[in-house]
Design a protein around this ligand. Structure first.
Ligand code: CAA
Length: 240
């Protein structure tokens, strides 16, 4: 059996592409999801990848979820913190709930999953965290003070945890995707999205697989000397 990798939000969009690519790489992949049971079941039927439901924003649920995975599948060697939501709106229209939910899930989820998995990786002397940040956490984005703050937080979180993990064989890296062809980006109003795509030098949206390839590299043994880094995969939209 290969090393065990959990991909949060791993049944759809970028997460699905990551789950499938890590499976191709030989990992035993578990896809976490929070919402849609039917889509998760369809994903598991199509790929053979087990899906486990819990809310990454809930600290106790992450502990229980990782314990269940450890006992039913095996100890967790890789965590890809991919789960994320948007609650876009300009500051004056954004509610406190919009702020809290995005911080709780997008940033809190990384903390909760690290708390659940780090000690085991440390004991075994090997581990990988890959945290999915965003171009909008690097550059900001009109209408996303919550999302940009959470994603920017992920980049800081990554660098801090990388320093703690290095001596235990645990690497911690981030990927900052640009605009990728997923349901999340499809929800951006058409005229707004057109203007965004016009600013991407490569001239198109990215594909989920193009993010998954980066994750695949960062999870490999070849990336043992890469830690605390952010890989920007954005078609040249923000060169950072
Ligand atoms: N810069 C400056 N001004 C802008 C602007 C921008 N980027 N975008 C909009 N404005 C202006 C508009 O021109 C408008 O000005 P006027 O009132 O003078 O006409 C004003 O701001 C209000 O704009 P909207 O009508 O768009 O306001 P709204 O409240 O209806 O919608 C919004 C605001 C929800 C933020 C909408 O603009 C939007 O959805 N923007 C896209 C946000 C975005 O890119 N989200 C990314 C989602 S995908 C993702 O997050 C994945 C990832 O990691 C990349």
């Amino acid at each position: 059996m290969g090393k065990v990798a959990i991909v949060t939000g791993g049944t759809r969009g970028i997460g699905r592409a990551i789950s499938e690519m890590l499976q191709e790489d030989g990992f035993t992949v578990v896809a976490n999801y929070a919402g849609n049971d039917d889509k998760a079941k369809a994903f598991t039927d199509a790929t053979g990848i087990k899906s486990y439901k819990w809310d990454v924003g809930d600290h106790a649920a992450c502990q229980e979820g990782c314990e269940r995975v450890a006992s039913e599948v095996g100890p967790v060697d890789v965590v890809v913190n991919n789960a994320g939501i948007t609650r876009d709106g300009t500051l004056l229209k954004m509610t406190y709930d919009d702020w809290d939910e995005v911080m709780r899930i997008n940033l809190g989820g990384c903390f909760n999953m690290a708390k659940a998995a780090f000690a085991g990786m440390k004991d075994r002397g090997w581990g990988r965290f890959v945290n999915i940040g965003s171009i909008n956490g690097q550059a900001g984005q009109y209408g996303q003070v919550n999302y940009a703050a959470a994603k920017s937080g992920i980049h800081g979180f990554t660098k801090a945890l990388a320093q703690e993990g290095a001596r235990f064989g645990i690497t911690v890296n981030a990927i900052a995707p640009g605009y990728i062809d997923t349901d999340m980006v499809a929800a951006v109003p058409e005229p707004v999205l057109e203007k965004i795509v016009a600013k991407i030098p490569v001239g198109r949206l990215g594909q989920a697989k193009e993010i998954a390839r980066g994750v695949s590299f960062l999870c490999s043994d070849s990336a043992a000397f890469v830690t605390g880094s952010t890989m920007s995969i954005n078609g040249g939209q923000h060169m950072y």
